[in-house]
Design a protein around this ligand. Structure first.
Ligand code: SF4
Ligand code: SF4
Length: 508
């Protein structure tokens, strides 16, 4: 068992202090009351309004409920007034009686207490049970995760924010050989839980299409190995979209690939952020290739990486990609120790996401297949109560191999020797035994967003706080914005078009 605190990389204290000063802690409506009140409302929840209705999202159970205005008002006051304390209840009645009758207030307080007694609005820490289950299951030799091959540690672009240092992850540029690919695939196959219905295989880089020969080999070899199984292999590839030909198109189509193209939206922003190694802009080439892919694939997905300075242009960037024929546009903010976000950045980000939520809602109403998809996908997970226990690092979520055959649990830690788990060349490579245990984080345990955040991203935490287990304020801010907007989107669908919501969230 390995505990990450023994592997901490500590940023310079000056840098960390600068971040603390410049990123303000947002005060949410979420409630985290005093310690030792487990049976009271010292539990995490978020109240919000949408389409003229009032809602509470219970962060400890993942349940979103429509509530009356009076319950909404009491919940918002409950961090200050303890609804289980006689004196506080008197004060609460005094505050609310101008608007409500005393009997009404007592009835609403009773309803909230009942809700509380039924197990809602109380700390359960369900996310840790889920992480623990996955951690324990590895002891039985079970591997249900993804095979992830970094086919190429080389790239033809030089993106300004690349965490892989232009594709080579700080080491020499190289491509995976057939022999290494075969050894990695054999290792994965030998440890696979063959009873599964779905087997995920991901190709990544650098730019994976700089190593087409081994891509073709890997797909053919995996298909051959899996031909006797009833389950399906789901291939996905993340590409910068600059390389495409008929053979690749056929490979993607015949094998039902999920193709995700990285493109940053508006031409000027994209070319500034993602130039070719020569310095020339890559936008035109990618747009041509999107048109080719569009002829064969639907839905088509893309990913925008948003720099701090480009946050105000997120909406026009998404619109531009919809117009180019990309159906599902995702985005994420750049997280890098030089990218320091301030309150105004997150205020702007929230406005942009709100706008995209409204545009996505309008598209769905008009049966147009264009969505800002991170938001829709999260709403779908809220609908199905599919919580966020998927960080590869804390479980056997993936066998990740570099071109040399080095094994990691998280692709973003590649090149950091503290996170290397071994090599495919090691005769005793035991990836199922070599895993990291998720520790309890007190800040996250009191947070309404925990079930859909999973205590954040260890890698990004480490960038900003120097410790993978100490949440970064910037992460918390962007995650809560996205989750709140997804909850509002989901609530809006339920209030304004319940039939469509039912139909939509069964498949999205
Ligand atoms: S990382 Fe931040 S947003 Fe996520 S659960 Fe922890 S405190 Fe909440
Ligand atoms: S540490 Fe972050 S990037 Fe790495 S697997 Fe977990 S969530 Fe993903």
């Amino acid at each position: 068992m390995t505990h990450l605190s023994t592997r901490r990389k500590v940023l310079s204290s000056a840098n960390t202090e600068a971040l603390r000063r410049r990123i303000p802690v947002r005060t949410e409506q979420a409630v985290a009351g005093p310690e030792g009140r487990a049976a009271t409302l010292a539990s995490p929840f978020l109240t919000f309004t949408e389409s003229g209705e009032y809602f509470v999202f219970d962060g400890s159970s993942g349940v979103m409920s429509r509530i009356g205005k009076l319950v909404y008002d009491i919940l918002n006051l409950s961090p200050i007034y303890d609804i289980y304390g006689e004196e506080d209840l008197v004060k609460l009645r005094e505050l609310l009686t101008p608007k409500y009758a005393e009997a009404e207030i007592d009835e609403a307080v009773g309803a909230i207490q009942d809700f509380n007694r039924q197990g809602f609005l109380e700390h359960k820490h369900k996310i840790y049970e889920l992480f623990d289950e996955k951690y324990e299951s590895a002891q039985n030799g079970y591997f249900g995760g993804c095979l992830w091959l970094n086919l190429s540690h080389d790239c033809n672009l030089r993106c300004t924010y690349c965490f892989g240092n232009g594709g080579d992850y700080g080491h020499s540029r190289m491509l995976m050989t057939r022999e290494t690919a075969k050894a990695c695939i054999d290792y994965w196959y030998a440890h696979l839980n063959r009873d599964q219905k779905l087997f995920d295989v991901a190709f990544f880089g650098g730019e994976p299409l700089m190593n087409q020969e081994v891509l073709f080999f890997a797909v053919e070899y995996i298909n051959q190995l899996m031909s006797g199984h009833s389950g399906r292999v789901r291939y996905n590839i993340t590409t910068n979209g600059t390389i495409l030909n008929d053979k690749l198109l056929r490979l993607f189509k015949d094998n039902d690939f999920l193709v995700s193209i990285s493109i940053d939206g508006i031409e000027k922003i994209h070319n500034r952020n993602r130039p070719f190694a020569s310095g020339r802009g890559s936008f035109g080439r990618i747009l041509q290739n999107i048109a080719e892919l569009k002829r064969e694939f639907s839905p088509l997905s893309s990913q925008i990486t948003v720099r701090k300075r480009d946050i105000p242009f997120l909406t026009p960037s998404v619109e531009m990609l919809w117009e180019a024929g990309v159906n599902r546009v995702h985005s994420n903010l750049v997280f890098h120790e030089d990218e320091i976000y301030e309150y105004e950045d997150f205020a702007e980000y929230e406005q942009q996401i709100g706008r995209l939520a409204a545009m996505t809602f309008a598209n769905i109403m008009d049966d147009k297949p264009y969505t800002y998809h991170g938001l829709v996908r999260l709403a779908g997970r809220i609908h199905k109560k599919k919580f966020s226990d998927s960080c590869f690092l804390w479980q056997n979520g993936a066998f990740i191999f570099t071109p040399e055959g080095d094994a990691y649990r998280c692709y973003r830690y590649i090149g950091n020797p503290e996170y290397k788990l071994g090599s495919i060349q090691d005769s005793g490579l035991a990836l199922l035994d070599n895993r990291f245990k998720k520790e309890r984080v007190s800040k996250c345990s009191a947070c309404w967003a925990q079930l859909y955040c999973g205590d954040g991203c260890a890698y990004e935490n480490e960038i900003y706080t120097g410790d993978p287990e100490v949440p970064a304020e910037a992460w918390c801010a962007k995650t809560k914005i996205m989750l709140k907007q997804s909850l509002k989107f989901y609530a809006r669908m339920q209030v304004e078009c319940p039939e469509k919501a039912k139909q939509y969230f069964n498949w999205s």
